[in-house]
Design a protein around this ligand. Structure first.
Ligand code: XMP
Length: 310
């Protein structure tokens, strides 16, 4: 694929489709939504309204980092603080599928749905890629068209149209286009991070306290393993307590699992044989997190495990 030609064609397509109207999109900081944002901004300038929705489930400093990156690129992004909406929606839910559903519903109807309805935008840009379409058709993934999920027939009810400029690309293509658009390596080669974010790394109910713990563990794992040429690494907080001793006193502490896997396309994965000294160092740092007294390394391949825990 000629990436420069692709960018030119898609910029022209977005410009022609939107005309003098306004378009909106949601930016997560992942490579797909970042590329759509950069491409549509090139096409529309300030007629593109981009929102970054803080769902309370992000990693340490993530909203600030994404906003700063785009500010440096001269692309305005509006931060929407929806932390309370998501935390409330997740209250009391332990079942993995119900947790995911609560996040999707909150995003669609409560947060982004509202922005879509409120704005005078006639176009919504979406970072759908070819793999998403194939998985939807194969029944692996749910339909990803936001408006349809919100229960809106975009054309009929509001005259909205959804534009999906990346729908002919796969992930490797999107990463190449990211480079051509001048996005930093931090975005173009970003490790996968799921949409439901840290909620996929807390077994059981998601609370602010548990988010704080898993966020701290995530920062340690990401700092210690930065630069490793592997598919993905992460920290998970289990929903259980183990006996330990601290300052000569018995305590029940929380348990963090470290996972580091190699994979080509996330369909199958194997645990990486990390150096023992590296694992020991990660463990030492993790058991310094308040409330945590055990750190485990997950050796399970996918299948039978999945990469995430929820
Ligand atoms: P699993 O856990 O199914 O994950 O083995 C496979 C890959 O997909 C990522 N993942 C997600 N990505 N939304 C996403 O955008 C999700 O809901 C989601 N769930 C899992 C996961 O991080 C891994 O790379």
């Amino acid at each position: 694929m000629n990436c420069r030609k692709f960018v030119e064609e898609q910029v022209a397509y977005v410009r022609k489709s939107v005309g003098d109207a306004i378009a909106i999109n949601a930016l997560s900081g992942g490579v797909d939504s970042s590329v759509v944002t950069a491409l549509a901004h090139r096409a529309l300038g300030n007629r593109l309204k981009t929102y970054f929705i803080d769902n309370a489930l992000m990693r340490e400093g993530e909203p600030e980092r994404v906003l700063k990156t785009f500010a440096r690129l001269g692309i305005p992004v509006e931060l929407v603080d929806a932390r309370k909406d998501f935390l409330n929606a997740l209250k009391g839910i332990s079942d993995p599928e119900r947790k995911r559903q609560a996040i999707t519903d909150t995003f669609d109807s409560k947060v982004f749905g509202k922005l879509v309805r409120k704005s005078r935008a006639k176009f919504l840009l979406h970072g759908t890629i070819l793999t998403d379409i194939e998985e939807t058709v194969a029944g692996i993934k749910r339909q990803h068209n936001i408006l349809v999920q919100v229960g809106i027939d975009p054309e009929k009810e509001y005259g909205y149209a959804v534009l999906e400029p990346l729908m002919t690309l796969r992930k490797d293509g999107v990463r190449e286009v990211a480079k051509v658009l001048g996005l930093p390596a931090q975005i173009s080669s970003r490790m996968p991070f799921p949409g439901p974010a840290l909620a996929t790394r807390i077994v059981g109910e998601v609370t602010e306290e548990k988010l704080k713990t898993v966020r701290a563990a995530t920062s340690i794992v990401e700092a210690e393993l930065a630069g490793m040429k592997v598919f993905q690494y992460m920290a998970i907080l289990l929903n259980d307590y183990a006996t330990g001793i601290r300052e000569n006193k018995r305590e029940f502490g929380q348990i963090i699992v470290v996972r580091c896997v190699d994979s080509v396309d996330a369909r199958i994965a194997t645990a990486v044989r990390l150096p023992w000294a590296k694992l020991e160092r990660i463990c030492q740092r993790i058991v310094e997190i308040p409330g945590v007294n055990r750190c485990l390394y997950d050796l399970t391949p996918k299948p039978p495990a999945t990469i995430e825990y929820v």
